[in-house]
Design a protein around this ligand. Structure first.
Ligand code: GLY
Length: 555
């Protein structure tokens, strides 16, 4: 196995266009849940920095937004410190030592019901390890400071929001298979309803044990043993030893320039960072600001198609495959830009060939949150247990919902995962390997100073949402609130579709169809949060995605 040349950290949480009074100068927090935003704000107000705030947000989301993220999952955390240094903390899940390339193949065919639900679906979670590392190295508080208030919410309960209740209803049949999960979400056999109070005493106990004992309790103690025992009894492969062997990776951020700004993001196993940068490099060749709306969207969609074709072939865990750094080379983008015809879609049978494809380069349903403080620390963090309620498994006695991140591997060439993504050898299953992710936490700099932090939830649609928001803010001069609200498009090469949000104006949809795009309408795409400096640089602004119920708040 090759040693990775690049190591990283990422977390991402995003929210809606909810405005706050005044012009906050001390700091800002944006997340998908008001209680989580409040937890981050409290951390800032009680002397914490942006890192403390992000960790408080993440751990609170693990209580109030358990269908999206939690300590049974992983995260990518991108940090900019006031001293000018950037860090990528990779807390992506790792496959167990007994994982095999064909572990999801039955009767010759990849079976996504196994990679998405139940005992085989989980990798070793990385969120706890990232939060502990970030707190110890960059925070001013302790993990305990964030865990105890979150444990209190878990114990006392919180009212189930409408979107949460809908998801329980939608996943009822799969949740029923796992008694500890059903006891929590389907008390008396019926799904919790909007407004019902969800109390999680086991999760409260778990948070308190973590607060008292640190991550050893999780990775080398009773929690790892409980998971190992349940997996052994339930047909899973994860062992307590896999937990003991888990480690985060500190990776080198990747970056590119775009119209006078510097965009910094996450390297592989995030595909998001690479492809947001690759697409921006392509788009730089077009005067987007002066193109009419439909031509601009057409060009963006074609650039996405080129990048996603590359994703399917080249991207994987850099500890196992060589991901060419040439994918973000300006010269490569210049060649790809020439393939884009302004009036018609291109036929694209396969991926491109980046300049250094033969050498080692990047050797190396989810949530996004962002924070910033007056001292100059910024965090963009995307966290996930993958699809809603992850593997649907709550490990009995712990209250912890386990991820189904194994579905982010390519379980068999040509077999699409939950997000319709296909992959190749680069992203096949192997012991100790991290599945490819689309999480794309990013920080935008102007003249060396951070001015925007953003990211999104939504599988591959994360990449297109982050990309479009950067274009909307930089090329079109939109505010963060306008950028998160703008209707989105998404093109991922396979399937051959251009996904557009319903609220995209009809004339644009028609115009795009006339250019050859196969239009497919979706009610909404991705959930994103942004925090930013105001144009005068004196205060903060931010936005939580109007497609969700989050908040952005500063003080
Ligand atoms: N689990 C979705 C992603 O990481 O892309």
């Amino acid at each position: 196995m090759k040693k990775p040349l690049f190591t990283i950290i990422v977390i991402s949480f995003c929210a809606a266009t909810k405005f706050f009074a005044g012009e906050p100068t001390n700091g800002i927090v944006a997340s998908v849940h008001p209680l989580a935003t409040q937890a981050g704000l409290s951390a800032l107000k009680s002397g914490g920095n942006a890192i403390d705030a992000a960790i408080a947000v993440g751990l609170t989301l693990g209580v109030v937004d358990t269908h999206n993220s939690g300590i049974g999952g992983g995260c990518f955390m991108l940090i900019h410190l006031a001293n000018g240094k950037n860090f990528c903390l990779d807390g992506r899940e790792m496959a167990g030592a007994a994982a095999t390339r064909d572990m999801f193949v039955r009767n010759g065919k990849g079976d996504t019901s196994l990679s998405q639900v139940g005992a085989l679906a989980s990798g070793v979670p990385g969120e706890v390890a990232v939060f502990e590392y970030a707190e110890k190295n960059f925070g001013k508080k302790t993990l305990r400071d964030a865990l105890l208030p979150a444990a209190e919410i878990a114990e006392n309960g919180f009212p189930i929001p409408a979107n949460y209740a809908k998801l329980i209803e939608a996943e009822k049949a799969r949740i029923q298979k796992f008694p500890a999960t059903a006891a929590l979400l389907l008390p008396d056999g019926n799904p919790l309803q909007t407004g019902d109070i969800l109390k999680q005493p086991d999760l409260a106990k778990t948070y308190r044990s973590l607060a008292a004992n640190g991550s050893d309790w999780f990775y080398r103690g009773p929690f790892a043993a409980a998971v190992g025992d349940w997996m052994a009894a339930s047909g899973g492969i994860l062992t307590s030893n896999d937990f003991a062997n888990y480690h985060i990776e500190l990776r080198e951020p990747i970056s590119t320039t775009y119209r006078g700004f510097e965009i910094v993001s996450f390297p592989p196993p995030s595909s998001g960072g690479v492809h947001v940068l690759e697409i921006l490099n392509i788009l730089e060749h077009f005067d987007l600001k002066n193109l009419d709306d439909s031509t601009r969207l057409h060009v963006i969609a074609e650039a996405m198609k080129l990048a996603f074709a590359d994703r399917a072939y080249w991207l994987g865990d850099p500890a196992f495959v060589n991901v060419p750094r040439g994918l973000i080379a300006k010269t490569y983008a210049a060649g790809l830009a020439q393939k884009i015809n302004l009036t018609n879609t291109m036929a694209l049978p396969e991926h491109g060939l980046p300049p250094d494809w033969q050498t080692d380069l990047f050797k190396k349903h989810t949530t996004h949150f962002c924070t910033a403080d007056a001292a100059g620390n910024w965090v963009a963090c995307t966290a996930t247990i993958n699809t809603s309620f992850g593997s649907k498994v709550v490990i009995p006695g712990t209250g912890v919902l386990m991820n189904n991140q194994m579905d982010d591997f390519s379980i068999q060439p040509g077999v699409a995962n939950h997000f319709g993504l296909v992959g190749a050898d680069a992203n096949s299953v192997a012991p100790g390997k991290r599945p490819l992710s689309s999480m794309s936490p990013a920080i935008v700099f102007k003249n060396g100073e951070p001015v925007i932090a953003l990211g999104a939830a939504g599988g591959p649609k994360i990449i297109s949402a982050v990309l479009q928001e950067i274009v909307d803010m930089i090329d079109l001069g939109e505010t963060p609130a306008q950028a998160v609200a703008t209707p989105r498009i998404h093109e991922q090469w396979s399937p051959d579709q251009l996904y557009v949000e319903k609220k995209l104006p009809d004339d644009l949809k028609k115009n795009l169809a006339a250019r050859g795009h196969k239009i497919s309408e979706l009610p909404q795409q991705a959930i994103s949060q942004i925090v930013a400096r105001t144009p005068d640089g004196k205060s903060f602004t931010g936005a939580a995605d109007p497609r969700s119920n989050g908040t952005a708040e500063g003080w």
